[in-house]
Design a protein around this ligand. Structure first.
Ligand code: FAD
Length: 318
């Protein structure tokens, strides 16, 4: 079933969902099941699985000469999605990226997903690889998520890259895209970010999932602005419980989101990360309650490889 169908069949009730990361190469899929099992009681209608593009490592070959080696540290998104659907009978939503993919790679990936009975995707651009300052698309790839959305929609209409193909099967993907209540880090202004978000929806995306935020007002303002811009698709808020003191600096640096002063001061007063973890859960419970009261369609939690804090939040609100 599609994410938008789950939302419709929820009849106004806020649904619970979360996102998982594929394990590091070398680990088994059991680590994923161990992560999902404690969250099943909250009946997630869908689970997102992130995608991680290649990174580069440099190895010394001889006397200071370095060789560049491509490594993929978290492979397995498609396999994990198939395993989730098979084991739990819950819809899995793979994230798919422009970065590292040619259009041909994307087409083949979408064909695989269709064959596996996966009919949801989140279409993203991806970030620059660590060794590059700016995002660089593949030579035959997409530069922006709005282009990726176009390709998926074309396949939904039976149009493949090779236009000599006749009677090609129509895929049937429900497409999510990212939205940034506090602006995407590279966008020169909120205005331009809305302009391109609107383009993703105009090109055929069906819903938006937001970047994490720690102040619900940012989400409510974002939704108001979207509605003014005639973006009328569901907007799913993304939440992450703060878990360590280090994240006070790491989250703003990595995701370019602000933390409210009250939260920052409370974290500073915590004796250790155990206290921060509890504070993060309590803060996230309050955020969740406020969002449910406002009638959001789904609460989507970024688990970042840990489920105990998401379980604690879900217990208190679902
Ligand atoms: P885009 O929508 O392409 O936007 C990127 C930037 O370009 C924005 O500043 C936008 O304003 C601008 N822009 C857009 N279109 C145009 C255009 N036509 N011309 C000029 N400028 C334009 N990353 C991963 O690697 N794996 C994941 O699984 C993953 N999951 C995510 C899930 C969510 C919910 C979110 C919010 C982010 C996720 N990311 C993931 C991170 C994401 O890849 C980065 O934030 C990336 O920098 C932007 O992706 P995007 O799809 O929003 O890009």
């Amino acid at each position: 079933m599609k994410v938008t169908e789950h939302i419709e069949s929820g009849n106004g009730k806020t649904l619970f969902s979360f996102e998982i990361l594929p394990p590091l190469k070398g680990q088994t899929i059991q680590s994923i099941f161990d992560h999902i099992d404690p969250l099943i009681e909250f009946k997630p209608p869908f689970i997102d699985v992130t995608y991680h593009r290649e990174e580069y490592d440099f190895h010394e070959v001889t006397s200071g000469l370095l060789r560049k080696k491509v490594v993929r540290k978290r492979p397995g998104t498609v396999g994990i999605c198939a395993a989730i659907q098979n084991r739990y009978d819950i819809d899995a939503v793979p994230h798919i990226l422009c970065g590292g993919f040619t259009k041909e790679d994307t087409e083949n990936l979408l064909i695989d997903l269709g064959f596996l009975g996966i009919d949801n995707v989140v279409a993203l651009r991806g970030d620059a690889v660590k060794s590059e300052t700016y995002f660089k698309p593949e030579k035959e790839g997409h530069a922006y998520a709005e282009e990726l959305v176009k390709q998926i929609v074309a396949m939904n209409n039976g149009k493949y890259l090779d236009d000599s193909l006749e009677n090609s099967a129509h895929t049937d993907f429900c497409i999510g895209v990212a939205g940034y209540p506090e602006k995407h880090m590279e966008a020169p202004s909120m205005e331009s970010d809305f302009h391109f978000l609107k383009k993703k929806i105009k090109n055929g995306a069906h819903y938006i999932i937001t970047q994490m935020f720690f102040d619900n007002k940012k989400y409510f303002d974002f939704v108001d602005r979207c509605r003014k811009e005639d973006i009328d698709v569901p907007i799913i808020p993304g939440l992450k419980p703060l878990a360590t003191k280090k994240q006070l600096n790491l989250i703003p640096h990595r995701f370019k989101v602000d933390l409210p002063d009250d939260l920052v001061m409370e974290v500073v007063r915590c004796k250790d990360d155990k206290e921060v973890r509890q504070l993060g859960v309590d803060w996230c419970i309050e955020q969740s309650k406020g969002l449910i009261a406002a009638g959001v369609p789904v609460l989507h939690y970024y688990s970042m490889g840990k489920s105990d804090n998401i379980q604690a939040v879900a217990k208190a609100v679902f």
